[in-house]
Design a protein around this ligand. Structure first.
Ligand code: SF4
Ligand code: SF4
Length: 91
């Protein structure tokens, strides 16, 4: 059995030890439903980009892309899309 670190070795909770560390903390695995984009329907209005709370929607030259590393599957993008170009599907 491997020895687990004791309380003296554990980092103090709620402290940030380096800037930008949230990029390493991928929240995508929390998801049970994922947004799937139909690029043919997308009008590039960017409402999904505005409403995404993470933000997990990247602007591209081609419109948008969903970053599944950080998307938690809340479904806001799908519910706000005026042309229903995003649908939520079970993982
Ligand atoms: S809200 Fe819908 S139409 Fe607008 S950019 Fe997002 S996916 Fe495309
Ligand atoms: S499901 Fe939620 S977190 Fe994921 S891209 Fe849509 S709005 Fe953002």
């Amino acid at each position: 059995m491997t020895q687990k670190p004791g309380w003296r070795e554990l980092p103090i909770g709620g402290h940030l030890h380096e800037p930008g560390s949230s990029l390493k903390y991928k929240t995508g695995p929390w998801r049970t439903y994922k947004p799937v984009l139909d690029k043919a329907k997308c009008t590039k209005c960017l409402l999904c980009w505005i409403y995404c709370p993470e933000p997990s929607i990247d602007r591209t030259n081609d419109g948008i892309e969903i970053n599944y590393d950080f998307c938690k599957g809340c479904g806001l993008c799908a519910s706000e899309c005026p042309v229903k170009a995003i649908v939520m599907v079970e993982e």
